[in-house]
Write a protein that binds this ligand. Structure first.
Ligand code: FES
Length: 209
């Protein structure tokens, strides 16, 4: 019986093959690491730029359009304690309407002024409900849109609402963060004194149903 010993590789070939393999692994892992770092840098850079842009109001925001937006019927009726998500003035502009228990109707942009997450209505929080952003626990006053907790840097811009005699609710304009309804309507109507005088401030009135 013969035993065949494993044949040793030719002198020098093992070292060369190992060196080549090592170089390839090193090159691959370097590329992977570089790619990874590039992706991380791109994503965090994008988030940082987006965050700064949203926080400073550089991106499109409610109330930036030319002239007054077209009125839009958003509901047949909104009962006390109810909220309604809708889009206004554009198809991409998320908005929310809430009616508090005392009948006050208020409308806001539903885009959080921190990092643009969707703002929700929490009826059972506080004395009369609150507008809440779940991303970083941002909270806004339902009556004014002002920030009451969390990191949002600015109040929610208002969407001006009007309730008509048949109970239907209409969005009729937009205001910038911190701007009241009358100022917003005047600005959108070109500051015409007569129009400004006659302009209602629909989002700020309290209509008991
Ligand atoms: S995105 Fe709303 S609190 Fe951060």
């Amino acid at each position: 019986m013969s035993v065949i010993d494993p044949q040793p590789p030719a002198p020098g070939s093992t070292d060369a093959a190992q060196a080549a393999l090592h170089d390839r692994i090193a090159a691959d892992s370097l590329t992977t690491r570089r790619d990874y770092l590039r992706i991380v840098a791109t994503v965090s850079g994008g988030l940082a730029v987006g965050g700064v842009a949203v926080a400073s109001g550089i991106l499109h925001r409610h109330g930036d359009g030319e002239g007054p937006p077209e009125p839009k019927r958003i509901a047949d009726r909104i009962a006390p304690g109810e909220s309604l998500a809708f889009r206004y003035p554009g198809a991409e502009d998320r908005a929310i309407a809430v009616r508090m228990d005392d009948g006050t109707l208020a409308g806001y942009s539903a885009v959080c002024t921190h990092l643009a997450c969707a703002v929700l209505w929490r009826k059972d929080r506080g004395d009369e409900g609150e507008l809440y952003c779940p991303c970083h626990e941002g909270v806004f006053d339902a009556r004014t849109g002002a920030v009451t907790a969390g990191p949002p840097p600015r109040a929610l811009p208002k969407v001006l609402l009007q309730e008509r005699e048949d109970g239907s609710v209409w969005a009729v304009g937009t205001a910038r963060s911190g701007e009241d309804a009358r100022e917003a309507l005047c600005r959108q109507q070109g500051g015409d004194a007569a129009l400004c005088r006659n302009a209602a401030a629909p989002a700020e009135r309290s209509d008991r149903p």
